[in-house]
Design a protein around this ligand. Structure first.
Ligand code: ADP
Length: 158
């Protein structure tokens, strides 16, 4: 498999997401990290801010590109020429939702496979919601998010 796509909300990107990208980079020729735009969902960061933070956090990964999409993931995967979808599995609780989505995506596009990667154990309890909550309470999040995200969170929460 040559090209894979890694979709997510990335509101904001964490070291857990970066860990998954690194693992995908080691396995596949190129990786497109794509920010899912959902106009009905309120996000902390704009799509542009999320794309910029991803680009900055992934500097040096020459086979990675970052973009965004609105609509069906499998359509965007086809547009960029990806034949695989990367998802991160942190714990069993992720499985049910991910399994359902993977099967639905396969029903929609049989030629696109979903590949699950597990992050380092130290990131298994990490998600963007916890980071937003911690940052809003002015907690130190430097172990969990890249420097550009720390700065952006500081600006948002003062
Ligand atoms: P979240 O809000 O849970 O961080 P995203 O939509 O940004 O979710 O996540 C995109 C993908 O990255 C999903 O497959 C999710 O399971 C995975 N992911 C999110 N956080 C981590 C983490 N800490 N370690 C591994 N994978 C993760």
């Amino acid at each position: 498999m040559k090209k894979v796509i890694y979709p997510g909300t990335f509101d904001p990107v964490t070291y857990g997401h970066v860990d998954i990208v690194k693992r995908a980079v080691d396995l596949f020729a190129s990786v497109v990290v794509t920010v899912a735009v959902n106009p009905t969902k309120q996000q902390l960061f704009t799509t542009e801010e999320r794309v910029n933070m991803l680009n900055d956090s992934l500097i040096g990964y020459n086979t990675v590109t970052v973009d965004s999409f609105e609509g069906l993931l499998v359509d965007h995967a086809k547009e960029v020429g990806a034949t695989g979808i990367i998802r991160g599995l942190r714990q069993v609780s992720d499985f049910e939702f991910e399994f359902q989505m993977a099967l639905m995506n396969r029903k929609l596009a049989d030629d696109i496979a979903t590949i699950f990667l597990m992050p380092h154990e130290k990131y298994t309890y990490l998600n963007s919601t916890i980071i937003r909550n911690l940052a809003s309470l002015k907690a130190d999040v430097s172990d969990f998010v890249p420097p550009i995200v720390q700065e952006a969170l500081k600006k948002k929460f003062g």
